[in-house]
Design a protein around this ligand. Structure first.
Ligand SMILES: Nc1ncnc2c1ncn2[C@@H]1O[C@H](COP(=O)(O)OP(=O)(O)OP(=O)(O)O)[C@@H](O)[C@H]1O
Ligand SMILES: [Mg+2]
Length: 258
């Protein structure tokens, strides 16, 4: 599904500020994979996601989705392939628009023909039904402005907006990091439900080690612009928070998994 081959990104090359952000990273995701990416500050996680989304152009390497080379495709042309949810709850939603208006905008995004300005009853019923499954009461506040929602409610809305047009790949960059622990748990549960219901191929960055071992079927560790481990199956299921934290200092802890 996703094929990242020998991706390279050096910021400020040839200057004293030179930074190798991504160092020959190769990564393959199968359809339906839910890969969680962990790594310290500056490991290159956001740069990798930015290159997938088209916001940063790689110096070298290829990105393919279902065989289509999107390495240098402009961001707006990737929208049909890729959706993102960011760390800041205010980024994904328009504060002045209501929940239903935000969802209508997301539903129309990338559509060749607009549905007209009005919302159809079918669309409304679908939005409401999907919000109801989140268990956050959003389905009863369809006319409330997004700016009035809590951070967690807003992230849940952003998530639904991101998946409404069924992208090929969902990118989540620390989308629970700005939330209090309880709300972060709730948004992760909503995320897990949305990902499993849609079967979307997902790449999620987190600093929450408990989320990293609990969610997803792949666990990818990054350090200094490289992927130092890619665990799945028994290795992923056997991982503990303690071992994962220890593995960043000493990779031999990875071998102890499973
Ligand atoms: N636009 C940029 N210009 C210059 N350097 C950058 C730029 N973006 C990232 N970098 C550098 O590239 C490296 C990787 O940064 P990146 O933001 O990808 O890390 P990260 O793993 O997402 O970290 P964090 O956990 O703090 O979000 C860092 O050294 C960073 O300073
Ligand atoms: Mg980052």
């Amino acid at each position: 599904m996703l094929d990242v081959h020998q991706l390279q990104k050096i910021f400020h090359a040839g200057t004293p500020d030179e930074r190798i952000a991504i160092d020959e990273v190769s990564l393959g995701l199968r359809r339906g994979d839910f890969a969680v990416v962990v790594g310290g500050n500056g490991a290159g996680k956001s740069t990798l996601l930015n290159m997938l989304a088209g916001e940063v152009l790689p110096d070298d390497g290829h990105i393919r989705i279902d065989g289509n080379d999107i390495t240098r495709l402009p961001t707006h042309k990737r929208a049909k392939y890729i959706s993102r949810v960011f760390q800041d709850p205010s980024v994904g939603t328009a504060a002045a628009l209501s929940i239903e208006e935000n969802l209508a905008v997301a539903a129309r995004r990338g559509a060749r023909r607009t549905f007209g300005r009005g919302l159809t009853g079918t669309m409304m019923a679908e939005f409401r039904a999907r919000l109801e499954t989140f268990g956050l009461g959003l389905e009863n506040r369809m006319k409330a402005q997004a700016g009035l929602l809590s951070g967690g409610q807003r992230q849940a809305l952003s998530l639904l907006m991101a998946v409404l047009r069924e992208p090929q790949l969902l990118l989540l960059d620390e989308h629970t990091a700005a939330l209090d622990p309880k709300t972060a748990e709730k948004v992760m549960q909503v995320t897990s439900r949305v990902v499993s219901e849609t079967g979307l191929t997902t790449l999620m960055v987190t600093h929450n080690m408990s989320h990293a071992i609990t969610y997803g079927n792949r666990l990818i560790m990054m350090q200094q612009g490289r992927i130092i481990a890619d665990l799945s199956g028994e290795q992923k299921r056997g991982m503990t928070v303690e071992r994962l934290v220890a593995a960043f200092d000493d990779e031999s802890h990875l071998l102890a998994a499973a």
